[in-house]
Design a protein around this ligand. Structure first.
Ligand SMILES: Nc1nc2c(ncn2[C@@H]2O[C@H](COP(=O)(O)OP(=O)(O)OP(=O)(O)O)[C@@H](O)[C@H]2O)c(=O)[nH]1
Ligand SMILES: [Mg+2]
Length: 173
């Protein structure tokens, strides 16, 4: 089983990767830190799962070389589960990429990272409701402290491909 970490630049994907795998990759507070991929592994219910840290991308239509690497990696990993990492204080922005990933047929898990920052900004997200509407597993995480990471790992096997149409119907109703 293979898992890709995807999301906008600077949302904390590499810190999530470090937490999941114990492999130290560089994380820093400027976008575009990861330009190549890194691979490590984690165990879920006794099974080895390969985790891949991907450069940040705003969309699946690449605008620069790091984004191109990200999209190419995604395309090479047709059977992978994707963890869509978003900044909880800027959810709307991150959800578009999440929908693109779902639309491409990947089983997606949504990690609402930087939950601490959202809290500081008094942003309150109903995780269960979001999960119900999206039809995918959603978990809040604080990668720098490790909060939610174990839960995130436990959801990897629950991800299934779904149809974007169904989400649109639920949003409309
Ligand atoms: N407060 C807070 N900071 C975080 C959290 N997760 C990551 N960070 C910080 O956010 C910054 C960006 O983290 P990275 O892991 O490098 O982000 P990335 O998504 O890998 O970025 P790119 O490789 O550029 O795409 C770093 O300074 C991290 O320490 C979190 O949950 N809360
Ligand atoms: Mg990174």
């Amino acid at each position: 089983m293979r898992v890709l970490l995807m999301g906008h630049p600077n949302v904390g994907k590499s810190v999530v990767f470090n937490r999941l795998t114990g492999v130290d990759v560089i994380a820093s507070n400027y976008p575009g830190t990861t330009v190549e991929y890194a691979q490590g592994s984690t165990r879920v219910e006794g099974e080895d799962v390969t985790v891949i840290d991907v450069p940040g991308t705003f969309s699946l239509e690449p605008k620069d070389s790091a984004e191109k690497v990200a999209v190419e990696m995604l395309e090479q990993e047709r059977g992978a589960v994707v963890i869509s990492v978003i900044d909880s204080s800027k959810v709307e922005r991150g959800l578009y990429l999440t929908l693109e990933l779902i639309e491409r047929g990947y089983p997606v898990i949504l990690a609402l990272n930087m939950w601490d920052i959202a809290k500081d900004k008094m942003i309150d997200i109903d995780v269960k409701k979001l999960s119900r509407i999206m039809g995918i597993p959603v978990v809040s995480t604080i990668a720098i402290s490790g909060d939610g990471i174990r839960k995130l790992a436990s959801l990897i096997k629950e991800a299934k491909p779904i149809k974007v149409d169904e989400i649109v119907e639920r949003v409309g109703s």
